[in-house]
Design a protein around this ligand. Structure first.
Ligand code: FAD
Length: 507
């Protein structure tokens, strides 16, 4: 690669000048001042706060930031420390009660998007909290060469930098899907996968791409080491961990086709608010300053960083709370449809609602079990139990597809026969009002409800959600294998052996 197509300004040194939470307006002002290098439909987005494909998502993010000041939610989603107030996901849990507070905050924030905002900033914030506390992990990384870097200090300072400035982060872990049978080093070009080109006095230069970053409408991109590096060697140019501003020179986010197509919130209740976008990330010789580098070259450390810092467990704890909110939204919508069309007396309808209730209660139980079994980790952080969280993150992707399907069974033709707001206000409005009213609601109320069910289950927005739920925490096939590898069943194997050898009084 040769020329930089993006306009971003040079990366400034990190300053923790912030004092914690910011408002939605401050977030939008910052985004306008330092826009991420987004490309949509062949053009660079100059201002994500006004571009038609991103402005509503930016406004929704601003709404999340404003919750930190709203008297109704402030104490649920923020905490105080050293005279400053910070977002709750940055809080270091020391007790189970702390974990419960954090869990409640995750659910309150998730409810804002009915659980459909997969990568609200708290997801990455919990990652950073755990990595910042477990920063010593990165001190083990000691590459040869002229540049002696304080990786552990960098990790800790970056956590504080993000917390103090209340930054919004995106992340990108997987390499481009060119040939999954080959390692990154075996590709036709050594810099298809993101790789290290060189080190210099300022930092490290990176070239290549990453496949997917949800929520590129963000301040910074975190490339925490992923668990998917297949290189054979101990040292590899593809092993790395770092953070970079989304407007860095040479960095580009190629966004997918927008799902927010400019329809009203009444017609597209979710897509018009929560199109968090997914972007392909291109690094065209991006210089990452040393203070932003957390790990280099070490395949083993890169592959184990999530587990080694327990970041994966804190992220999974955010996820289980998010999915509880999402399942509650499905239950609320499904029951509202049943109420609207008077189908609640049919047994199979009751059974379908019961299916959602069972999924919800399983997720709630796993959340409680994760806190109940929490222990202090080696860094003094109260860490939720792995077993229930592994169960939740393997269970939910497997059952999620049933939720939109149940809405379709319950809503039937109602989920497709939904005249728009403009139709209701047009010449057929009076007939629409008459024929499409509900047993317990006006046509306007009924259509709003069914449009929500459609956006949850059938629209482009709903379709993307179905794909997202299958893969957002990794490939379900490999996640099952990982669970198989780590789960200790030896006690039960021993019990079976003892039973088979038991000598008792029976014949
Ligand atoms: C909507 C959406 C949003 C996402 N957001 C993010 C994000 O914000 N940040 C981020 O980092 N990632 C994100 N991801 C990526 C996610 O982490 C990956 O989709 C997931 O890890 C699977 O990787 P892949 O998509 O490259 O699939 P691939 O690895 O290419 O797999 C494709 C198929 O091949 C099979 N396969 C490939 N390799 C193997 C193997 N070794 N063993 C067995 N089977 C194999 C898989 O099972 C699958 O069926 C997102 C994905 C989606 C769909």
């Amino acid at each position: 690669m040769t020329t930089h197509v993006t306009q971003g300004s040079a990366i400034l040194p990190m300053h923790s000048e912030g004092r914690g939470v910011i408002t939605g307006q401050q977030f939008l002002d910052r985004l306008r001042k330092s826009p991420p290098n987004l490309f949509i439909d062949g053009q660079q987005v100059q201002d994500p706060t006004t571009h038609p494909a991103t402005k509503n998502m930016a406004a929704s993010l601003a709404g999340l930031y404003d919750m930190q000041f709203d008297p109704a939610t402030r104490d649920q989603v923020t905490y105080e420390e050293g005279g400053n107030r910070y977002g709750m996901a940055f809080m270091v849990p020391r007790t189970k009660e702390d974990l419960r507070r954090i869990g409640e905050s995750h659910r309150v924030r998730a409810n804002y998007g009915l659980g459909f905002l997969g990568r609200a900033p708290d997801y990455m914030n919990t990652n950073l909290m755990a990595a910042g506390m477990g920063a010593e992990y990165f001190a083990q990384c000691q590459p040869e060469g002229d540049h002696k870097v304080d990786f552990a200090g960098n990790m800790r300072r970056y956590y504080e930098f993000v917390r103090d400035n209340d930054l919004c982060l995106t992340h990108a872990l997987t390499n481009p899907q060119v040939n999954r049978a080959k390692m990154a080093s075996e590709m036709p070009d050594p810099y298809i996968a993101l790789g290290i080109v060189e080190e210099n006095d300022q930092g490290v230069v990176l070239r290549g791409a990453r496949m997917m970053a949800t929520l590129p409408i963000a301040d910074e991109l975190l490339v925490f080491p992923s668990t998917v590096l297949k290189e054979n060697a101990d040292k590899s140019r593809y092993a790395m961990g770092f953070a970079v501003p989304c407007n860095a020179p040479g960095l580009s986010f190629q966004c997918r086709e927008p799902i927010d197509v400019g329809r009203s919130t009444e017609d597209h209740p979710l897509a018009s608010r929560f199109d968090e976008q997914d972007a392909f990330v291109i690094f065209d010789d991006v210089l990452i300053p040393w203070e932003r580098v957390f790990l280099l070259y070490d395949v083993n450390l890169a592959n184990k960083a999530y587990a080694g810092t327990d970041a994966v467990l804190h992220m999974a704890y955010q996820v289980v709370n998010l999915k509880i909110a999402k399942t509650e939204a499905f239950l609320g919508t499904a029951q509202s449809i049943v109420n609207a069309i008077g189908s609640g007396g049919f047994q199979h309808v009751q059974s379908k609602i019961a299916e959602i209730i069972i999924m919800l209660e399983i997720m709630k139980a796993l959340e409680v079990a994760a806190v109940d079994g929490a222990t202090l980790n080696r860094y003094g952080v109260m860490t939720p139990a792995r077993g229930p969280l592994d169960a939740a993150r393997n269970y939910y992707p497997g059952v999620y597809a049933r939720l939109p399907e149940l809405l379709q069974y319950l809503g039937a033709s109602g989920i497709i026969m939904m005249p728009s707001k403009a139709d209701r206000e047009g010449p057929l409005g009076p007939q629409i009002d008459k024929f499409l009213q509900a047993g317990n609601a006006t046509a306007e109320e009924r259509l709003k409800l069914f449009r929500l069910a459609w956006d949850m289950s059938m629209s482009s927005f709903g379709g993307r959600q179905s794909l997202y739920e299958k893969f957002f925490f990794g490939d379900p096939v490999r996640m099952h294998s990982a669970l198989y590898e780590v789960y200790d069943s030896s006690e039960y194997v021993g019990r079976i052996k003892a039973f088979l050898n038991r000598k008792d009084g029976t014949q």
